[in-house]
Design a binder for this molecule. Sequence first.
Ligand code: 6PG
Length: 242
Amino acid sequence: MPIFATADEAAQAAANLFVEAAREAIEARGRFTVALSGGSTPRKMHALLASSPLIDQVRWSEVYVFFGDERYVDPTDPQSNELMARETLLSLVPIPAENIYAPYHPGGPDIAAKLYEETLRRFFTEEPPVLDLIYLGMGPDGHTASLFPGEPGVYELERLVIDARAPVNASERITMTPPLLNAARRVVFLVTGADKAPAVHRCIEAPENFDETPSQAIARYAQVTWLLDKAASADLKITDGL
Ligand code: 6PG
């Protein structure tokens, strides 16, 4: 993929990719399974998917939405990734409510993680489950989903979903793990902004160190597509072949 001049162009590419992946998956398997990422970067992509022309190019009744990670907060909390996705996309497109699988459960982050894993294992036939497309962002510290530097989650080899901790507000998290993330048919890293440039460089070009840059555990082992703007790619030595 090229490096995009702006975050808007990267978001457009991410939205176009959603439409194309959905068409291919539905044609091949009768459904499209996608995991959305949280934070703020996906908002632009969501807005494009929720408006013409793209909204009319997706068979939303065959789309099944999951979440790569979630803050352990009530889904009405402004920090909730589920709330952000509903407000910016899912409430604006004709996707059936039963096609949306969100991780939150009031029993606590450990119970929520265990139940979400059970949901995924019931929904998919493969071991580990194979989603068609997983969107991931990246923090300036090199985290992705809710796999944070210095935390054990990046080394998880058995569980598909775990409760995790973040060194920021909304510190209790639920996150998909590398075994699940790396099994996807395609993982898209949508990363924009100058503050991400050092992490993008470490993720792609620095020696492997999952403690320091957990996103390496996905970026170097999954079927990855990078959607970067110029600012986020500024520290990369090589951008050909991304
Ligand atoms: C979350 C996300 C997280 C996010 C990065 C980037 O729950 O916050 O899933 O992994 O993708 O922190 O966040 P921004 O897009 O807000 O920079």
